[in-house]
Design a protein around this ligand. Structure first.
Ligand code: PEP
Ligand code: MN
Length: 270
């Protein structure tokens, strides 16, 4: 079952006790790769596919994303599978084109304090997924979200994705404590991305479960048809099997948290 965008938006923003899982590759690489991921996600009841077409890379010589051709890939994948899509806009000049395809617009960690971009996405009629700057406090993160909502766009999803601390045993330090604080201070849904702080696939599941236990409204997870061949973040992307294993654990956790996972509900009449 796939969700219409309208229904999906309503679930994230208006229903308490719902848990949203967004999953898919770090980057859009090819039509085959994205179609495989989308079909797998639809089969697993995951309502939103992720995949970046513009990659914010620290190293300018690293893969920078497929760019505009990725929009055609996402368009095709949506047409074939009906899944909703989230992708990042790094430059306001790309916003108009990306909005034609994406159901949710992502603003990444490195642009979390790009106030002119935040104001621009504050004036669009699409949900915005804002990631925490890895050098930002919770307070600064909230202020960034206000740059969007002050312009009229109240449909903001906050994503904790790990911060830089003195601890460098993982790629970033996941600030699980930010979840209950954000939940107390803002009305926006709070998701956690366990993939970027984990840096390696075997650490993704424990961080994801900790985030759910801390009260996150959902997760954003990197999953790739063949992580070894991924053009970016290959070590941290989950295989379909690893992702299914995590989903099984999440399903078991949900009754304790008094939540249900969007897209995974048991049909009312069997
Ligand atoms: C991403 O979600 O692919 C990404 C680049 O994340 P972040 O902006 O949190 O580094
Ligand atoms: Mn990534």
């Amino acid at each position: 079952m796939t969700y219409s965008t309208g229904k999906l938006i309503e679930e994230i923003f208006h229903s308490r006790n719902r848990f949203l899982v967004i999953a898919g590759p770090c980057a859009v690489e090819s039509l085959d790769q994205m179609l495989s991921a989308a079909e797998e996600m639809v089969a697993m009841g995951i309502p939103v596919l992720r995949g970046e077409i513009f990659k914010p890379r620290t190293n300018p010589d690293s893969f920078q994303g497929v760019g505009d051709e990725g929009l055609e890939i996402l368009r095709e994948v949506k047409k074939k599978t009906g899944i909703s899509v989230v992708t990042e806009v790094m430059d306001a000049d790309d916003l108009e084109n990306v909005m034609e395809v994406a159901d949710i617009i992502q603003v990444g960690s490195r642009n979390s304090q790009n106030f002119s971009l935040l104001k621009k996405v504050g004036r669009i009629d699409k949900p915005v997924l804002l990631k925490r700057g890895f050098g930002n406090t919770v307070e600064e993160f909230i202020q960034s979200s206000r740059y969007i909502s002050n312009q009229g766009n109240e449909r903001v999803i906050l994503v904790e994705r790990g911060i830089r601390t003195f601890e460098n045993s993982l790629r970033f330090t996941l600030d699980v404590g930010s979840v209950p604080i954000l939940k107390e201070q803002v009305k926006h849904p709070v998701l956690v991305d366990p993939s970027h702080p984990a840096g390696e696939s075997r650490f993704v599941e424990p961080l994801a479960l900790a985030a759910a236990a801390a009260g996150a409204d959902g997760l954003m997870i990197e999953v790739h048809p063949s992580p070894d061949q991924a053009k970016s973040d290959s070590k941290q992307q989950l295989t379909y099997g690893q992702f299914e294993h995590l989903m099984q654990k999440l399903r078991l956790m949900m009754p304790v948290l008094d939540k249900t996972i969007i897209g995974q509900e048991i049909p009312e009449s069997v």
